[in-house]
Design a protein around this ligand. Structure first.
Ligand SMILES: [Zn+2]
Length: 466
């Protein structure tokens, strides 16, 4: 086992841990000989450590029950976007509700083996929350360096698990620089995801699980921040192929928010670093990264797999977040929701054929994200008003498709309110000029006006902001 530069191939010893090539600056990858095909045996254990034969060896396993997350068949979401087969890999079900628990388990185990007492990690939130929990379990001291803007749910986790939190920089890039310096200065274990090659090793187990739960999807959609995660899954599938367990590989689809898209720009235009492509304008905080340190890994995953990279806007991300929750009962954080937003786009464009199979990686829980928590609290306060508005909105929605009369509308609404309330809503909508009544076949019909159509469109926009 050794560390090898993915760009120039130079090899380094496994310790001390380092992330980038001293010769060319390329990202270093952990490489080890795979076991003989007939020696691979996943039987027995559950979760991450089921795959210990394919992971770096550790003596002191720190575990909170990571890995082994469900793969949900998402038929309603599939139907909504027009795809035949869709699955959600639900990492929200991890011990601290994000996929980073896999990495935290392996890294804290490794730190214990090497005799460290403390570790340091720069993080946008999820990695910090995971490491804080695993350090608590292992009795290690956990230093987390976070940027100014970080999701409150993740911060609450770090505080609860008793991490020492330091704020550095506007975005995580600055925090990473600080973590690099702190580890060198203090001798703490370097547990920053971008600076520790073991992270990819832990995360590649997500691919093994997808293979065991379903097989190989034709398309695998993964959010991109620093670029390491998409490569982790790609590496996992490549190893399964080397082991002759599969014959096909998925096409990797990497997604970034529009406000922060340097990897996508590089894949599509070839100009990484030549201009500032991160305006910091996204609320998908988990993937708000200025200059991704592992972009070479992400580019390798996309190009080797004949995949693609694309951006989605914040409104598209939040619409997708609501859609995943409403249709599949999975509450994903904004960064994870980029996958469903991208899928919708690719289906509409015809890039992904209707009869394909796809898996969206849901990296973390919506409960961790600031905006969503605020929106939900706000909604509870206005729940009464909310129902009234949503009934009017539903009436406008029905009338935008066809004219209808009162009793018919009441039935179409699913009889959720009284008939008297429906007539009251109709009167109010007519007074505001959003609908107009007319007589036909002895009944009073209603139709939507131009003004009403605009109001309906505004409702849809508003929902994304609430
Ligand atoms: Zn190199």
């Amino acid at each position: 086992m050794k560390l090898q530069c993915i760009r120039c191939g130079t090899q380094f010893s496994i310790n001390p841990i380092r992330s980038h090539c001293a010769k060319c600056g390329g990202t270093l990858e952990y490489v080890a000989d795979l076991p003989a095909v007939d020696a691979v045996n996943f039987c027995g254990l559950q979760g991450l450590w089921r795959y210990k034969q394919l992971l770096p060896a550790v003596q002191h396993v720190v575990s909170l029950g990571e890995g082994g997350t469900p793969l949900h068949k998402a038929d309603r979401l599939a139907k909504a976007v027009g795809l035949k087969t869709l699955y959600l890999k639900d990492e929200t079900r991890s011990p601290t509700n994000s996929y980073r628990d896999r990495a935290a388990s392996l890294l804290t185990s490794n730190a214990l083996d090497l005799g460290f007492k403390a570790l340091v990690s720069a993080s946008n939130g999820n990695m910090g929350a995971s490491l804080a929990a695993y350090c608590a379990k292992a009795g290690l001291i956990c230093h987390v360096i976070v940027p100014k803007v970080v999701d409150v749910g993740k911060l609450a986790q770090m505080l609860a698990y008793d991490a020492i939190i330091e704020e550095k920089g506007d975005i995580v890039d600055d925090s990473i620089c600080r973590a690099r310096a702190e580890a060198e200065e203090t001798g703490w274990y370097q547990a920053t995801a971008e600076l520790n090659p073991y992270v990819v090793e832990a995360q590649k187990t997500i691919a093994y699980e997808i293979f065991e739960q379903f097989g190989v999807p034709e398309w695998l959609l993964v959010p991109m921040g620093s670029g390491g995660t998409i490569y982790s899954l790609w590496k996992g599938f490549k190893e399964l192929k080397q082991l002759d367990l599969i014959s096909e590989l998925p096409k990797m689809v990497g997604i970034q928010p529009e406000g922060c898209a340097s990897i996508v720009n590089f894949v599509n235009l070839g100009n990484l670093g030549s201009e500032k492509v991160c305006s910091g304008a996204t609320r998908a905080l988990a993937i708000l990264v200025g200059e991704p340190l592992q972009s070479d890994l992400a580019v390798k995953a996309v190009s080797e797999s004949n995949g693609l990279a694309l951006t989605v806007s914040d409104p598209e991300i939040f619409a997708a977040e609501l859609q995943i929750a409403k249709l599949e009962g999975v509450f994903a954080e904004p960064a994870s929701s980029t996958t469903a937003a991208a899928l919708k786009k690719l289906m509409e464009e015809g890039t992904i054929p209707k009869d394909s199979s796809a898996v969206c990686l849901i990296t973390g829980s919506g409960l961790k994200a600031t905006d969503v928590l605020q929106a939900i609290t706000k909604k509870q306060k206005t729940a009464g008003l909310g129902l009234e508005i949503s009934t009017k909105q539903k009436i406008l929605g029905i009338l935008s498709r066809e004219d209808a009369y009162g009793y018919d509308l009441w039935k179409q609404l699913g009889k959720i309110v009284t008939r008297a309330a429906v007539y009251q809503h109709l009167n109010e909508l007519a007074e505001k000029g959003l609908i107009a009544g007319y007589e036909a076949n002895g009944r009073r019909f209603f139709k939507i006006t131009e003004h009403g159509k605009r109001a309906l469109a505004a409702f849809d926009d508003l929902k994304l902001l609430m």
